[in-house]
Design a protein around this ligand. Sequence first.
Ligand SMILES: C[S@@+](CC[C@H](N)C(=O)[O-])C[C@H]1O[C@@H](n2cnc3c(N)ncnc32)[C@H](O)[C@@H]1O
Length: 238
Amino acid sequence: MGTGVTPSLAESAWVTTPIATPPPWARLAALGYDRLADGPERRLLGGLRHQLLASARGRTLDLGAGTGANLPHYPVPPVTQLVLVDRSAAMLTRARERARRLSLPVELLQGRAERLALPSASIDTAVVTLALCTIESPDQALQELRRVLRRDGRLLVLEHVRAADPALARWQDRLAGPWRLLAAGCHPNRDTRGVIEAAGFRFESISLRRHRGIPLAILQPLLVGLARDPQPGPGATG
Ligand SMILES: C[S@@+](CC[C@H](N)C(=O)[O-])C[C@H]1O[C@@H](n2cnc3c(N)ncnc32)[C@H](O)[C@@H]1O
């Protein structure tokens, strides 16, 4: 379903919007997310997104896209199309506003990362930023990414992860319960690198270090990396 409007380079994307109308409290939470993220975005995360997404190309899936914080950082071209998936209608509604400013086709899909409504081998680049910490079954979501990625497809990751420093990891474990309640299911102590590798991806480049620009110590260890699936499934072509 298209917008029916011919996109002009000045303004628009072809935005597909099969998303529900979010309740007011969810809209408020999505607004709050952007407000809270504003400082760390300007100090640190925006730069990391920009660097990471320089490797995106072709039809690109942004999984757990949230309010679309990655959108201003995609290089167009070589990125030719974007597919944004998120379970939250409120987050996607904000992402849709950002998407309107882009001059490439953008598709927004409300749904779960664990079961993507996308054909096999239809994606060149998969992007996951600050979402594998929250997705309930990251192993299932990663299997879905293996399915939808084309042969030679790439996975770009920016995630806060379990600390290598045992003292900080212990604090991540202690605070995991309350943090999950406060932060919509986010697991500060998840070994996301291990989960990605156990799913079958191999990192070609990886940076794993603590970034003090993030105000909360338990969220400071960040993984930034590019991974591929060395044994793409039977559906993967091209
Ligand atoms: C912390 S936000 C990150 C948003 C964005 N990727 C960013 O970098 O700012 C995590 C997002 O993952 C989404 N999410 C959590 N579990 C999900 C799932 N199972 N399937 C799809 N989206 C999910 C949430 O709705 C939320 O928008």
